[in-house]
Design a protein around this ligand. Sequence first.
Ligand code: HEC
Ligand code: HEC
Length: 278
Amino acid sequence: MTSDNDRRRGLLGRFRRERSAPPSRGRRRLGAAVRMIAALALAGGAYTLFAPGVQAQENPPLTGAAAEGKALFDVSCVTCHGRNAQGVEGRGPSLVGVGAASVEFQVSSGRMPMARQEAQAARKPPVFTDEQTRQLAQYVQELGGGPIVPEGDLQRGADLAVGGELFRINCSQCHAFAGGGGALSSGKYAPSLAPASDRQIYAAMLSGPQNMPVFGDNQLSPEEKADIIAYIQQTLKADQDPGGFNLGRYGPSTEGLAVFFVGIVALVFTTLWIAGKS
Ligand code: HEC
Ligand code: HEC
């Protein structure tokens, strides 16, 4: 026990002796390193304080339209999408990088501002004017960039036959052959395309809302998008059921079933009529 204590004191003593000795080379090096780090930190701090570029990147100056958009955003969207549109856990996603196209689609179709949490934001009459919608879109665009719907005629030079082909390949599995829409899993649905404007169709393809895939310009070129838009607007919407009833537009099976029942009823009445004659 005592020898153990002695040994411990001995160790401590040696340590103390070493500490009071003039600084070793290792300690001098350590001191130099600490001073160096302190100097670097000071220089870095001074740089961030005085360099103009660094602060400008944190808060980029907004153009006039975007500043108007931010004012609207801070009133109507900030509760769910957060300050500077960075998103709020459990309420709304970040909008940094979604682009003007996504905002234009969501706001012009009345989906945003969302009224309450639900499986899917539904189309509603829009809350904002076209002007305000563009301002909101401009704000989000200047925050983080992203896809933009081009200006001008979005059906220019379109080929309806190609549009129909592209629509059947890319869109009909969700929106049905006639664009009437249909149910997807867990309370979600692909809506009817009937109320969509040219710009909304373009924006939907660019932004891929909810379960819809994004059709960027690599998937469908701007010309192919024009073909699809023209097909939806001119062919699908103009197609006012030349045969009379559309039977829910479910295709040949319902039509076949309908013809079958009508035919059976007609046959039964004919047989009854013949039986009554004889
Ligand atoms: C009550 C909450 C709520 C409010 C208010 C709200 N949003 Fe949203 N927003 C959501 C949720 C939740 C989603 C994601 C679900 C969806 O797309 O249906 C979303 C999605 C979006 C998207 C699509 C993002 C993407 O990934 O492409 C945009 C754009 C958007 N909101 C813009 C706005 C704007 C602009 C406003 C204000 C005018 C607004 N929202 C107000 C909850 C809200
Ligand atoms: C995997 C399924 C799916 C495919 C494929 C798909 N969509 Fe969609 N689409 C959706 C869903 C889901 C929504 C609803 C999104 C929402 O409400 O936020 C939607 C919404 C839309 C809307 C908005 C309708 C409105 O209310 O204004 C348009 C326009 C649209 N899609 C066009 C297209 C086009 C054009 C294609 C083909 C290039 C396509 N979609 C392919 C699922 C799909």
